[in-house]
Each structure stands twice: as structure tokens, then as C-alpha cells.
Ligand binder design. Structure first.
Ligand code: HEM
Length: 395
């Protein structure tokens, strides 16, 4: 009997969240999946969709029923590549790996970076203001992640410029089997080769985050064989996610000028506004979880050995959780939004991402009266929601 046969009482849908049009504009489709039931069987992918906030959160928190150790990607090839890193591990092994990765990323550890972030944010905002019209992705959002964060990670200069290409490929490979996934595998293989052969002692920047993984190996905390996959914990999610988040913020404030006025009048609201940006346009729209044992998801049976896609982006627009969810409101106080995930795998880089965003939004708030979108091209991507180009005019 196949999983398809066992998914007996689940609502079934032919909706394809990974079709081009639906990736570009997912909101109506998300609502359709949420309304169809607590878990929906996607005929095309033979996986469940968890599109409601409460169901997505439950899967993220219940790691014993929904482990990450069998991969969080939607295709087996990719699940094989990353098993054994922090993202794709469980229980005690996950605690150990996360402990190593998290050391430079705790709220306390990243605080000293704030001064540098502020200075860089002010300088980059001054330079784009002088231009008047600029690409908010390449000329604004990429600046801090690429210049400061990639330096802190400390990979060898040779190849560092490929990190953006690799990160994009990595996130595309998280999706189900489709052309985007297949086309991204060569760049992903190149990244794994770099992580194996270049991210090694003598080539890494001394004292860097990446080198601290090797220190942990020398202390016997983690096995040497886990090194390349652990390097990916830094190389993969540290750039594109934050870049998308910053670009999404600019786009949102361009379309909601009254909300921008609120921020400009009271910059102390920026912390809360960051949650609202991540809720409204979540940079990562969905990862998946293996279903370890039969789960009763509010009356729908998820049979053991099936897979469920957890749609953070849809949970964040769930009307069962957020009143008037399609309204962008910096006063909402969306502290429990799912943009950084939830449960044991909640984003370990969130403190860093938050201070990067805060530095930039603060510098923008003191200088920019209005953003006007001149040209916007959304990137067509399996998992990330952001822009390949966002030309804006500022006054
Ligand atoms: C706005 C920016 C960011 C967003 C929206 C984001 C989002 C996420 C999400 C949704 C997860 C949960 C994955 C899951 O449920 O399986 C996650 C995990 C993770 N993130 Fe982030 N992330 C961001 C920035 C960063 C940064 C800057 C870093 C590193 C420097 C980072 C490193 C990680 C790692 C290593 C994990 C895995 C944690 C674990 O499995 O315990 N992220 N992120």
C-alpha cells in the first residue's frame, strides 16, 4: 500500500504551490489550502501541505513526530546531501551541533557588531540617497550581509563571491523535484566541494565563525566528517534570507507610505515592524518534515513515513491566527510569526538578522521620506520570497 492510499481522510488538491504563477503570487492558493483542511494532500507532489498557522507550528514544535534528521527538503537527492548538519538533525545530536553553530550568533555575541552595522548602514544609505534611484537589492540589501557577515564567517577570499549563487542554488534545491531544483544542483555540488576542500584549516580566516567549527572538531565535540555540512549552516542561510527580508521591507514600505510615516515618527517601532515584515512576506516560504509516526492533525491522518510541507508563509497569513492578515500593520505585535520558524530548529541566526535589519531601517528612517518603486522583478524561486531587482526612487 502506498502513502497515497494511506492518506485516506485527507482533503486532496491539484493545486501546485510551485507553479511559476503561484510562486509569484501565492496568497489565494495558500488560503485555498488552509480552507481545505488542517492538512491537504497535494496530488502532484504526494506530500501533505500544512498551511494553517496552528498545524505548521505543531509540526515545528513536535520534533519526535516530525523530525528533521531525515531531511527538511522536498526531494530525496537533496535530503541526502545535508543530513548531519544542524538543520537536518534531531535530539541530542542537534543540541550539540546547534551549540557549536550558535556560539557567535547568540544575542550577546552579535551585540558588538551593532556599531559596525550602524556605521555601514549609514554610509550605504547616504550613498544610495545621493543617487536618488537605485536597486534596493544589489545596492542596499546586499551590502551588510555580503561585506560584514561573509567576512565574519571567514571563508577564503577565493570563491567567496560565489556564495550568493550557491545560497540561491541551495534554497532552490530544498524544493520538490522540478526544473528549478534540477538546474540548481551543479552550483550546489560546487558549494559542497568548496565546503569540503577550501573551508579547511589554513585557508579560513583565523578566529572566524567557520574556523570555530574546526576548533570544535579538535576538541572532539563534533565529528570531522560533519564539517562540510556544518559549514553550509553558515554559508547557506546567512545571506539570501536577510537580503530578501530587507528588500521585502523596502517594497512593503514603498506600498504602505502611511506605515513608513509611523516608523519615521517613532523609530522605536522598528523592532516590531521587523516581525510584521517577516510575517507579511516571509523570506523562507516553506521547508518540509518527515512524518515519523501516524499523526492525527486535527482529524486528518498523516500516516507514518509520509512527508509534510510546512508553509511558514501561509501560516503567517492565516486568518484563524491573525486578524485581517492581509493588512500590513507595524503596530500588530506579531512576535509569534513563523518567519524564523519555531521549536527546536527556530532560526539560530535570528539575532544577527534582526540587528542587520534594524541598523538599515534606522538609517533609512532618518533619511528617506518616501520610497517609490520604479521597477520590481520578483525572483522565481522554490523557497525564497524576494526580488532579483527592486529599483526604487527615494525622496
Ligand atoms: C531574515 C533572515 C532569516 C530568515 C527569515 C531565516 C529563516 C529561518 C527559518 C524559517 C529556519 C527554520 C528551519 C526549519 O524549520 O527547519 C531557520 C533556521 C536556521 N537559520 Fe535562519 N533565517 C534568517 C537568517 C539567518 C542567518 C543570518 C543565519 C546565519 C548566520 C541563519 C542560520 C540558520 C541556521 C543554521 C538554521 C538551522 C537551525 C537549526 O536547525 O537548529 N539564518 N532560519
Amino acid at each position: 500500500m502506498t502513502i497515497n492510499d494511506l492518506a485516506i481522510n485527507a482533503p486532496r488538491s491539484d493545486y501546485d504551490p510551485y507553479a511559476d504563477d503561484n510562486l509569484l503570487d501565492p496568497w489565494a492558493g495558500y488560503r485555498e489550502m488552509r480552507d481545505a483542511g488542517p492538512a491537504v494532500w497535494l496530488n502532484k507532489y504526494e506530500m501533505f501541505a500544512l498551511a494553517r498557522y496552528s498545524c505548521a507550528r505543531r509540526a515545528l514544535e513536535d520534533w519526535e513526530s516530525f523530525p528533521s534528521g531525515k531531511g527538511v527538503m522536498m526531494n530525496d537527492d537533496m535530503n541526502r546531501v545535508l543530513i548531519g548538519n544542524t538543520l537536518c538533525s534531531d535530539g541530542q545530536q542537534h543540541d550539540v551541533l546547534r551549540g557549536v553553530i550558535a556560539r557567535p550568533l547568540t544575542a550577546k555575541a552579535v551585540r558588538p557588531l551593532l556599531g559596525e552595522f550602524k556605521a555601514q548602514a549609514e554610509s550605504v544609505v547616504d550613498s544610495v540617497m545621493a543617487k536618488g534611484t537605485f536597486d534596493a537589492v544589489s545596492e542596499l540589501a546586499q551590502h551588510i550581509p555580503v561585506s560584514i557577515v561573509s567576512n565574519a564567517i571567514g571563508l577564503p577570499e577565493k570563491g567567496r563571491e560565489r556564495m550568493m549563487i550557491w545560497a540561491e542554488a541551495l534554497f532552490n534545491c530544498i524544493g520538490p523535484v522540478n526544473d528549478r531544483t534540477a538546474q540548481s544542483f551543479p552550483a550546489l555540488n560546487e558549494m559542497m566541494e568548496y565546503a569540503t576542500n577550501e573551508a579547511v584549516r589554513g585557508k579560513l580566516k583565523p578566529g572566524s565563525w567557520a574556523e570555530s567549527i574546526l576548533d570544535a572538531v579538535d576538541r572532539g565535540e563534533v565529528p570531522r566528517a560533519a564539517c562540510p555540512a556544518l559549514m553550509v549552516d553558515y554559508m547557506g542561510p546567512s545571506l539570501d534570507t536577510t537580503i530578501s527580508a530587507i528588500s521585502n521591507a523596502v517594497w512593503l514600505f514603498a506600498h504602505h507610505p502611511a506605515q513608513w510615516d509611523v516608523i519615521r515618527e517613532d523609530p522605536s517601532l522598528i523592532r516590531g515592524a521587523i516581525n510584521e515584515v517577516l510575517r507579511y512576506e516571509s523570506p523562507i516560504q516553506g521547508f518540509s518534515r518527515y512524518v515519523e509516526r501516524d499523526v492525527d492533525m486535527d482529524g486528518v491522518l498523516l500516516p507514518a513515513d509520509s512527508r509534510a510541507i510546512v508553509f511558514y508563509g501561509s501560516g503567517n497569513r492565516d486568518e484563524r491566527k491573525f486578524a485581517d492578515p492581509d493588512r500590513f500593520d507595524v503596530h500588530r505585535g506579531a512576535n509569534d510569526q513563523l518567519g524564523f520558524g519555531a521549536g527546536p530548529h527556530a532560526c539560530v541566526g535570528m539575532h544577527l538578522a534582526r540587528i542587520e535589519m534594524r541598523a538599515l531601517l534606522t538609517a533609512l528612517a532618518s533619511r528617506v521620506h518616501r520610497f517609490e518603486v520604479v521597477e520590481a522583478q520578483r525572483s522565481l524561486h522554490n523557497v525564497l520570497r524576494g526580488f532579483s531587482c527592486l529599483r526604487v526612487k527615494v525622496s
